[in-house]
Design a binder for this molecule. Structure first.
Ligand code: MN
Length: 477
């Protein structure tokens, strides 16, 4: 295919990021199954449908077995590549895990139906990605469709030059990834910057480039167009009723905009609209019940002004409110970039966004910088999350680290002994003959998984669902 006609791929996110962004990941599998057959026939590049917060939300709120959900999606979408989001050495949780748990999770995900594993790290420290990428590559002999994609978190700052991105793209290819994604969590990527970024990535690597943004700042579809002009191969979009706001740009709009251009996706508009029509009543139901708030729809201009992700801004507001210091918001927003700089200028994405945000709030409300240091700040400064792009500020480090303590400089997971045997033993105390998937549920979310196992047991012994689902967490059996 010549450069003049370069078919752009569409990754549809309605079954994962779109509802994670707009309705707190609450779309149940029953809402998905009726439309799977139509989605299967569209010809998407991939359907993102698992990982991220879906796993936690299934176990915690929806009382769904996340693995059963995956098998159902696999069955309903036999011709689609299924994609998941994977938080590097944190897997789908919030802590670093040992390599054996990461490897096992990759294998079980592939075995239950995943094809594309999108792997990222909140510090873009590729040492935190290597175990997962290697596990995918080694699994390819048994799962030929397995694909390891590395996602780099997009952010702004002195360190994030085009040379930085170009070199990182090269490193990602060296590490053995099959493709590269730019993950723009907060919608910070502006159209022309996107164009320049993709050009830089293309200088660093031959890998296919995928762009993932959120519409929070209102830039998304313009940015996609410029990125495509620069050579991006795939874009992430959501079926229209679950697009825009803090979600992705609209699939229907992007497909239509590209129609008849050299970048035509080749997807059938009429068939796409049938999918949007299917999700429209559900969107209305979510708005009516309050599950979808108008706060996440539309454009958030504060994102443009402060370069803070939408979710982080609402956390800051609520932390200040709880402290009775609502009037300090501007001061905190001005403190955020200073803390970020002291901490080595990390991207602001879970969990670094919470750590930087909370530290900025502490610095402002105590009136003295780093007088109060939460445990998570200490871990970041001690190097337990990995390496930041820039060195940290020595004065800040002297205040945060304990006397004599130094920053860890090697790969954090090298300090963690294998964990699976212990997780297997502990799970067996809760579930007779646990499956490998049960063990992973427990490994990632011990308390939530324990509650889920109890719930599941109650279900299996045919106890009324409503009766079992009590706040008292007592499940009659
Ligand atoms: Mn996202």
């Amino acid at each position: 295919m010549s450069e003049e006609t370069r078919k752009v791929g569409i990754t549809e996110t309605v079954l994962r990021d779109a509802h994670q962004s707009l309705i707190a990941t609450r779309m149940p599998i029953e809402q998905m199954t009726p439309i799977l057959d139509k989605m299967d026939k569209i010809g998407y590049h991939a359907v993102e449908c698992w990982g991220g917060a879906t796993f936690d939300a299934c176990l915690r709120f929806l009382k769904e077995d996340p693995w059963e959900r995956l098998r159902t999606l696999r069955k309903g979408l036999p011709h689609c590549k299924l994609q998941m989001l994977f938080r590097g050495q944190n897997i789908l949780g919030y802590n670093h895990y040992a390599d054996d748990v990461v490897e096992e999770f990759v294998l079980r995900s592939l075995d239950n139906g995943i094809d594309v594993i999108r792997i990222f790290d909140c510090l873009n420290d590729i040492r935190n990605l290597q175990t997962a990428v290697k596990a995918v590559q080694e699994a390819k002999k048994n799962y030929p469709n397995a694909h390891a994609q590395i996602a780099l978190c997009y952010t702004l700052g002195d360190a994030y030059t085009l040379e930085y991105w170009e070199k990182l793209a090269h490193d990602v290819e060296e590490l053995g990834a099959d493709s590269l994604c730019i993950k723009d969590m907060a919608g910070l990527l502006l159209p022309q910057a996107g164009y320049d970024l993709v050009k830089a990535l293309k200088r660093g690597t031959k890998l296919p480039i995928e762009i993932h943004t959120h519409y929070t700042s209102g830039m998304g579809s313009m940015t996609y167009l410029k990125c495509i002009e620069a050579g991006a191969d795939i874009i992430d979009t959501a079926s229209t009723p679950f697009a825009l706001g803090t979600s992705q740009p609209s699939t229907d709009v992007m497909v239509k905009a590209l129609q008849g251009t050299p970048y035509d996706t080749g997807l059938d508009m009429d068939k796409l609209i049938e999918i949007s029509d299917y999700f429209t009543p559900y969107r209305e139901q979510c708005i009516k019940s309050g599950l979808m708030s108008t706060k996440v729809l539309g454009v958030n201009v504060n994102t443009l002004k402060y370069q803070v992700p939408g979710g982080m801004l609402s956390n800051l507001i609520s932390q200040l409110h709880q402290a009775g210091k609502d009037d300090k918001l501007t001061e905190v927003l001005e403190e955020v970039p200073r803390v970020r700089k002291d901490f080595g200028e990390p991207p602001l994405v879970t969990p670094s966004s919470q750590i930087v945000g909370t530290q900025a709030v502490m610095n402002v409300i105590t009136g003295e910088r780093y007088k109060m240091v939460p445990k998570e700040s200490h871990k970041l400064v001690a190097g337990e999350f990995g390496r930041t792009v820039k060195p940290m500020d020595p004065d800040m480090m002297a205040k945060v680290l304990k006397p004599g303590e130094t920053q860890m400089t090697d790969r954090p997971a090298d300090h963690i002994a294998p964990q699976l045997p212990k997780f297997r033993e502990e799970t067996a105390k809760l579930v007779p003959n646990p499956t490998p998937e049960d063990v992973l549920d427990y490994a990632l979310f011990p308390q939530v998984a324990t509650d889920f196992f109890n719930y599941r047991k109650a279900q299996q012994t045919k106890v009324d669902k409503k009766e079992a689902d009590t706040n008292a967490k007592a499940y009659p059996v």
